[in-house]
Design a protein around this ligand. Structure first.
Ligand code: ATP
Ligand code: MG
Length: 390
């Protein structure tokens, strides 16, 4: 194998003035942790990028999959490195081009010099001209500066020179943990895993919370499904905690005392109150949901107002302005879709009314809630919660 380095470019960290070292350290730490079980060499920084040394035993496909999921990575390249000597660089570019597995359609090229080392003896246009000329003389490729099949980057770093052309896109955003913790309400549906991904991409570390009716039981109770979703999401944010909250007591109480049309609203309000308690315990600063405006009855503006009002923490719904198909496309991309569509007994299905309220009024809901033993049941529920780590 030809490649000796992976060059990692980061995303918005470059915008972070004085805080930049904090974000860089976090990303470097995360990359090291994610690559722990993959064969590789040193991981270090050179100017404004990270480098991973690789060798013949490195599983490139696996590393590619891993890096494509790490928040904060804008893009990366498999590259070869060379000493900062123009003659050697020219030869290396030709060797790189002739030994790479390029398909027949690639005919034209352009050299794109970059200089992190501003003291390098040649300026970028000179590097382009000299290396370009050498490639022209020594390979079958022809120059096209406007629309080349191959844009070969000659990147003069601080310590060495890197040569690459194969840009692989990452998910961008900010390194996990740098923006703080959030509790994410994870149902078995399509939306909430996507919402979690969106916030993970913004640097939040998510603690997953799932409400489960334990009386459903059996293989189809959704628990395995939730665990599999948490496992996939942990591929983005690293080690993840999943709380399972027993909810059968509340459901019984709600069904007994709340009119059918309002059950879903009350259920969601209690869910947020419990989520807030967990958030406080975990020192998380908000709650994430998969709500999308007016997708279902509980997501009308009126109902959202009444439901979100029950928690004293900010509630984040990153899918609020997205259409179902847009959400599905993302679910497919992050590989949660296949799991989300497996049928299961959703614990809310008992609470769905034929004619649900779409314009809830806080006063009326609060009056009905006064009949519930909310505090007693919340305390009992909190004493029975379990969590798992993925
Ligand atoms: P999803 O596809 O995520 O289930 P949905 O469009 O089906 O969402 P609802 O079922 O009304 O809508 O749920 C809205 C949001 O409430 C979910 O995205 C999720 O964040 C949260 N939620 C719903 N049910 C549960 C549950 N059992 N456990 C945890 N969170 C839940
Ligand atoms: Mg749902």
């Amino acid at each position: 194998m030809l490649y000796t380095k992976i060059i990692i470019h980061y995303d918005e960290i470059t915008l972070k003035g004085g805080n930049r070292p904090f974000f860089e350290r976090a990303l470097l730490f995360n990359i090291k942790e994610f690559l722990e079980n993959v064969e590789h060499g040193e991981i270090y920084r050179d100017g404004g990028k990270f480098l991973v040394s690789i060798n013949k035993k490195t599983d490139l496909e696996n590393i590619k999959k891993i890096l494509k999921r790490i928040p904060g990575i804008s893009n990366f390249h498999f590259a070869v490195s060379e000493e900062k000597d123009l003659e050697k660089i020219k030869k290396k570019v030709v060797e790189f081009l002739t030994s790479s597995d390029l398909d027949e359609t690639k005919k034209t090229f352009k050299i794109e010099a970059r200089r992190a080392d501003k003291k390098f003896e040649y300026k970028s246009p000179e590097i382009n001209a000299k290396v370009g000329e050498y490639v022209l003389e020594n390979t079958k490729f022809i120059v096209d500066v406007h629309n080349p099949d191959l844009e070969i980057v000659v990147d003069i770093g601080i310590k060495e020179c890197f040569i690459y052309f194969n840009k692989i896109l990452g998910i961008g955003g900010l390194p996990t943990g740098t923006t703080g913790k959030l509790v994410s309400l994870l149902s078995g549906g399509i939306d909430s895993p996507v919402a979690s991904y969106m916030m993970a991409k913004r640097g939040a570390k998510l603690i997953f919370v799932h409400f489960k009716n334990r009386t459903i039981g059996g293989a189809n109770d959704g628990e395995e499904k939730i665990q599999n979703l948490a496992k996939i999401l942990s591929k983005f944010q690293g080690k993840s905690k999943l709380y399972i909250i027993p909810f059968e007591e509340f459901q019984k109480e709600i069904i007994a005392k709340i009119p059918a049309k309002n059950r879903m609203i009350v259920y969601k309000r209690i869910m947020f109150q419990i989520a807030e308690k967990i958030a406080r315990k975990e020192k998380a600063r908000g709650i994430v949901t998969g709500d999308s405006l007016s997708q279902v009855a509980s997501q009308t503006l009126e109902n959202i107002e009444v439901i979100y009002n029950s928690a004293n923490l900010p509630i984040f719904s990153p899918l609020i302005g997205m259409n179902k198909q847009e959400i599905i496309n993302l679910a497919v991309k992050i590989e949660t879709f296949e799991i989300s569509i497996i049928p299961y007994q959703d614990c809310c299905s008992f609470l769905i009314a034929k004619h649900p309220e779409t314009k809830a009024k806080l006063e009326e809901i609060e009056k009905q809630e006064a009949n519930l033993e909310i505090d007693t049941i919340i305390d009992k529920t909190l004493s029975e919660i379990e969590y798992k780590i993925f």
